[in-house]
Design a protein around this ligand. Structure first.
Ligand SMILES: C[S@@+](CC[C@H](N)C(=O)[O-])C[C@H]1O[C@@H](n2cnc3c(N)ncnc32)[C@H](O)[C@@H]1O
Length: 289
C-alpha cells in the first residue's frame, strides 16, 4: 500500500515525484508536476510562492488515482486527458492518437504557404487526412485566420474529439469534420493537403514501446504490411482534390523518405522540401505537381 500523500503542495509534489521515480518512470519530475498541478488546480508559481498551500481531500484522491495509473504505465497525457500541440490545448480520447511534438514540424512546413495563399486569395482551403484530435488542421487554422479546414477520419470517435477541440478553441466555424475512408467522401479542391497517416508496418506494432502500443489506437498506427499503404492511396488520389499549384505534405517514419518520395514521384509529384524533426530525423515531405 502506498504512503498517504501529504496535503500541503510542496511536500505533495516531492512525494509524487518520489513515487514515480521509485517506479522507474523516466520523466518522473515532469509527470509528477503535471499530475499534481492538473488535479489540484495549482501552478508552478503556487508551489514556489506557497509550498504550504493546502490541497483538499478530493484533489488528493484524484492525484493518488492518477499516480497509480502512471505507475501502471499509462502515458501522462492520457491521464490528464489533454496534450498541448502548437500552443493549443487539445483534448484526447481513446480514439485519438496523442499528438506528438514531431508533428509540429508538419505545421511549420506548410504554414508559410498557407499564409501566403490566404494573403493572395483571401482564403486557403486545407484538407487534413486522418485528423485524429484535429491537431494539424487546428494549428493551421489558429495561425491563418482566413483559412478553412476539413478534417477527415475513419474513426467517428476521433471526429467527435476533433469537433470538440475546434469548438473549445473557437475554431469550429472554420473546421468541418468528415467521416471518410481517406478521399472516399471528400469533395472540392484544396490548396493544402496534409496527412500524418498511420505508418508503422503491421508486424512492428508489437515491438513498439508499451505506452504507444497499448494506448494509441491501433488504426492510428497500422500502415499495413510495409507501413506505406496510406501513402499509396494519398499519392494516387490527391490529384483530384488539389488546387493547381497546391501542396501535399505528409509526415513519415524516419526511415521512409526514399520509399515515400518514390511513391509520390510515381504519381507525378515533385519533392520540394524535406524537413527534419527535433531529433534530426527526416520527418516531413512536401510535394507539388
Ligand atoms: C497517426 S494518426 C494522426 C492523427 C493526427 N493527425 C495527428 O497528427 O496527431 C492517423 C489517423 O488516421 C486515421 N485513419 C486511419 N485509417 C484511416 C482511413 N482509412 N481513412 C481516414 N482516416 C484514417 C486514424 O483514425 C488516425 O486518427
Amino acid at each position: 500500500m502506498a504512503d498517504l500523500l501529504p496535503a500541503a503542495l510542496g511536500p505533495l509534489l516531492r512525494a509524487a515525484r518520489e513515487r514515480l521515480t521509485a517506479a522507474g518512470i523516466a520523466d518522473a519530475v515532469l509527470d509528477s508536476r503535471l499530475i499534481v498541478e492538473h488535479f489540484s488546480g495549482t501552478t508552478r508559481a503556487d508551489a514556489i510562492a506557497e509550498p504550504g498551500h493546502p490541497v483538499d481531500a478530493k484533489a488528493l484522491a484524484a492525484i493518488e488515482a492518477a499516480l497509480r495509473r502512471r505507475v501502471a504505465g499509462e502515458p501522462v497525457h492520457r491521464i490528464l486527458g489533454y496534450r498541448e500541440f502548437y500552443g493549443l490545448r487539445l483534448s484526447l480520447s481513446a480514439d485519438t492518437l496523442e499528438p506528438r511534438p514531431d508533428t509540429e514540424t508538419l505545421v511549420d512546413a506548410v504554414l508559410p504557404f498557407a499564409k501566403a495563399t490566404a494573403e493572395r486569395l483571401g482564403e486557403c482551403r486545407i484538407l487534413d487526412l486522418g485528423t485524429g484530435t484535429g491537431a494539424i488542421a487546428l494549428a493551421l487554422l489558429s495561425a491563418v485566420p482566413a483559412a478553412t479546414a476539413t478534417g477527415v477520419d475513419i474513426s467517428p470517435g476521433a471526429l467527435a474529439t476533433a469537433t470538440r477541440n475546434a469548438e473549445d478553441l473557437r475554431l469550429g466555424g472554420r473546421f468541418k469534420a468528415l467521416h471518410s475512408n481517406w478521399f472516399e467522401k471528400v469533395s472540392g479542391r484544396y490548396h493544402v493537403i496534409v496527412a500524418n497517416p498511420p505508418y508503422i508496418p503491421t508486424g512492428d506494432i508489437e515491438n513498439l514501446q508499451a505506452e504507444v502500443r497499448d494506448f494509441d489506437p491501433r488504426r492510428a498506427l497500422d500502415g499495413g504490411v510495409d507501413g506505406l499503404i496510406p501513402y499509396r492511396i494519398i499519392a494516387g488520389e490527391a490529384e483530384g482534390f488539389l488546387e493547381a499549384q497546391g501542396k501535399v505534405a505528409v509526415e513519415i517514419g524516419y526511415t521512409q523518405q526514399s520509399e515515400v518520395t518514390a511513391i509520390f514521384a510515381g504519381a507525378g509529384y515533385r519533392l520540394v522540401e524535406v524537413r527534419r524533426d527535433l531529433g534530426g530525423n527526416d520527418r516531413v515531405l512536401v510535394f507539388e505537381r
